[in-house]
Design a protein around this ligand. Structure first.
Ligand code: NOJ
Length: 464
């Protein structure tokens, strides 16, 4: 029969991240994360006033006038959320552990209340036959560690490995799918280099140090995990944007390659093969010259391959040769526009990236760890719960997954971003991705039409 089948062992579910969904940012011993701190610090600012200059082209838009102190109230209502996941029929849920909840001082003493919370979440998921997929760090570094330089501090790999150890020892008997980091590229290239993400720094050389430290931290956690023999899998989550050239000439084609290597290969090639993309170093000597001393020896010392790759896919882009740019290229635009949507969707691009990753990285197991439809908050419950755009979005992307499976791509799972309307970095509560609608004042929750639709797919394992 012709159709879009996902198969019985395919993992399908929703995702969210600690600082975006939990709320309770200062309860039960939790300390502020970098995301809490900068949201508060820049509340009400317009992007142009931030250290790195414009964040987006949406001129005059406040960075955020809200802080992630509520999220979707997951900390208080995790049981109801998980019961809803069970009713949806999903067999997995991806979430992250808040480092400042588990080790409020960043390094050292473990907060029993933090451990207790994640134990309750994990146990409730398992009682409902929902496989937990856990990110060790989804951007919310304890602010006390950021004050010491964060990722750029040479001690970062020690701090991170110690935190990962606590996670494995506390939860590894039940969690069998781990990711070390979510989207290092954003935290490091934008956070330390471009200055458009916490901690809003613009020091290119330091951003390369931060990147190197993240990779070493990643390898150390993977090695540690494997030495514990807990019987699960460990990978990392990177963001990916398929890029096409503006002109079909060699210069623009080269620009495409460099952008892909800079945004995705930088992390993925290093994590899977133990070196940075060589083409970038050849063609952009400025990058090579700024690299920290002994970087390759250090990679050689710590490198260990991971089991799978998680990719976050939202939209596509085009690029063009630009001799005045460090990468000799720049993004120009997305070529699909959807009114009111901030991440311009391009469903066929999902198949493009699945093919690309699969071919480039030798049929590695892949999870789509994020893919989600952002619609503006219009402060109208009925309108927001009636979301045909999101239904189309899910259908089209999941059809691409079914096609990928038919083609033999080693695709293991799909996580819709996100489970419920939550806090969005740089946008506060102004956009909504969720399958469950949330009133951010009262905590009221309502299933959107898209959740009923997603539920049918989860239950039938077929896409219409
Ligand atoms: C990727 C990030 O991992 C997540 O935190 C964010 O909310 C989504 N992109 C949408 O911007």
């Amino acid at each position: 029969m012709f159709g879009f089948k996902l198969g019985e062992d395919f993992l399908i579910g929703t995702s969210n991240a600690a600082f975006q969904c939990e709320g309770a940012w200062d309860r039960d011993g939790k300390s502020p994360s970098v995301m809490d701190y900068y949201a508060e610090k820049y509340a009400g600012f317009v992007p142009e006033q931030l250290p790195g200059g414009p964040i987006t082209k949406r001129e005059g838009k406040p960075y955020t006038s809200e802080v992630p102190d509520r999220g979707c109230f997951f900390y208080d209502h995790y049981e109801e959320y998980i019961e809803d996941m069970a009713k949806t029929g999903q067999n997995t849920y991806r979430f992250s552990i808040a480092w400042p909840r588990v080790i409020p001082t960043g390094v050292g003493e473990v907060n029993p209340k933090g451990i207790e919370f994640y134990n309750k979440v994990i146990n409730k998921l398992l009682e409902n036959n929902i496989t937990p997929f856990v990110d060790i760090l989804h951007w919310d570094l304890p602010q006390c560690l950021m004050e010491k330089g964060g990722y750029a501090n040479p001690e970062f790999p020690d701090w991170y490995e110690a935190f990962a150890k606590v996670c494995f020892e506390s939860f590894g008997d039940r969690v069998k799918l781990w990711s070390t980091f979510n989207e290092c590229d954003i935290a490091v290239a934008r956070g330390y280099g471009a200055g458009t993400f916490p901690p809003f720094q613009t020091d290119f050389e330091n951003s390369l140090v931060a990147a190197q430290n993240c990779l070493i931290a990643h390898f150390r956690a993977v090695r540690l995990y494997k030495s514990l023999n807990q019987g699960g899998k460990i990978g990392a989550v990177n963001c990916i944007t398929p890029i096409t050239p503006v002109h079909l000439n060699e210069e623009d084609l080269g620009a495409v390659e460099r952008q892909m290597e800079w945004r995705f290969g930088w992390w993925t090639e290093a994590m899977l093969e133990g070196h940075y993309p060589q083409r970038l170093f050849r063609e952009c000597p400025e990058i090579k010259a700024a690299m920290p001393e002994g970087y390759q020896e250090q990679l050689d010392k710590y490198f260990v391959p991971m089991d799978f790759i998680g990719i976050n896919y939202y939209s596509a882009s085009r690029t063009q040769y630009n001799p005045n740019n460090r990468l000799l290229s720049n993004y120009v635009s997305s070529f699909y526009s959807a009114p009111g949507q901030q991440f311009t969707p391009y469903p066929p691009g999902l198949l493009d990236v699945l093919q690309y990753v699969s071919q480039r990285y030798h049929n590695i197991p892949i999870y789509i760890t994020e893919n989600g439809c952002a619609l503006p908050n219009v402060y109208d419950k009925e309108k927001e719960c009636d979301d045909p755009e999101r239904i189309t979005y899910i259908r089209e992307h999941l059809r691409m997954c079914a096609r990928a499976l038919r083609m033999g791509i080693n695709l293991k799972g799909y996580y819709y971003w996100n489970d419920a309307d939550s806090y969005e970095e740089l946008d506060g509560y102004r956009i909504r991705f969720g399958l469950t609608w949330v009133n951010h004042e009262t905590g009221e929750r309502v299933w959107k039409k898209s959740r009923y639709y997603f539920s049918e797919i989860c239950k039938t394992r077929m896409v219409d």
